[in-house]
Design a protein around this ligand. Sequence first.
Ligand code: SF4
Ligand code: SF4
Length: 129
Amino acid sequence: MSEANKTEITAQNKCEFCINSKCCTYVTQKIDTPRSKLDFEHLLWQVSHLNVEIYQDSDGWFILFQSKCAHLLADRKCAVYDRRPYICEDYSNDYCEYDSPAEESFKLHFKTYDELRTYCLKRFKRWVK
Ligand code: SF4
Ligand code: SF4
């Protein structure tokens, strides 16, 4: 039985059980809804880079950088906890990615150039390349 199964998980101790400290390992940025081939060509360039992904959820389109925060320590604590950015301070773990991966709410998710290009070929009747 894992430690997590023996101990009641509360908002106070949940982060200690979150092995990958999921919410400290990526950055997202909302982007304009892509509509034209040119827009998607731009996304194809972005998603071609390692650890860059594109997704759409109910809030719109986002670029996602899978990149661990430099302040995340080996013991999963935050090296700048007392002066952490507001977005970190404001993030509640009441119901977070430990409970439900964010990916579950994605309508579209492209992790590679090939995945996005396949989508482009379906979306646009004529895709020149
Ligand atoms: S807030 Fe949630 S996702 Fe982030 S480290 Fe804590 S348990 Fe993990
Ligand atoms: S500053 Fe601290 S809380 Fe914020 S993402 Fe980095 S490690 Fe996590």
